[in-house]
Ligand binder design. Sequence first.
Ligand code: UDP
Length: 242
Amino acid sequence: MSQPARGELLYEGKAKQVYATDDPSLVWIHYKDDATAFNGLKKASIAGKGEVNCRISTKLLELTAAGGVPTALVRALGPRDQLCLKVDIIPVEVVVRNRLAGSLARRLGQEEGLVLPRPVVEHFYKSDALNDPQINEDVAMAMGWARSWELAAMREYALTVNALLLEFWGGLNIDLVDFKLEFGRAGHTVLLADEITPDGSRLWERGTGRHLDKDVFRRDLGDLSLVYQELVTKVFADTPAA
Ligand code: UDP
């Protein structure tokens, strides 16, 4: 496969840069080491974070594609670069939860940790200016952010991804507490877009409950760089060195 030519910077987000390529239907995604929390109020550069997120996201997006969920990933271009289909991001973030944590625990005034008897799907409006407020499917439809069939597909895909990831992380003795997904439109289809990373997931070591995710940075629980190196070693333990 020929290497696409990287073109102009189209967009720079908190953790990634998106570049044009010589094919208008494809974009080049570059993962940065920058970490932010609390909607950008807390910032740092975490050595190696971009590479860990990119390698893990590539692996998990390939796993979900093999499990029947269409994704925007075309292929990895290197340890911190991916070639992806250009999509219009749907401004509705989908969070799937298996245990009570984070904003849901706070909203309900409960301790983190309760195992939910069935997964909970929540929706948030993707807006930095508004701090990603929680919405529901009716609001998303009424505001014209997503159509009914798109929301139905997003929910079904999110639950399929959850089942696949529970098995994957469970095999590494890691509990998948929750995670956030973003979807995009390409033509008339809805695709899983963006990333599946420890930045956008809660991963607790089974037995100890130790955080192996971005909460280490958000909550000052230790050195995120070291925790991410430990995680990437576990994820690629069975992969022969290139
Ligand atoms: N999440 C994310 N980006 C956001 C908000 C949440 O990736 O802008 C992820 C977060 O890492 C966690 C899950 O979505 O795995 C649920 O987050 P929650 O709603 O509990 O919010 P938080 O307490 O993380 O702000």
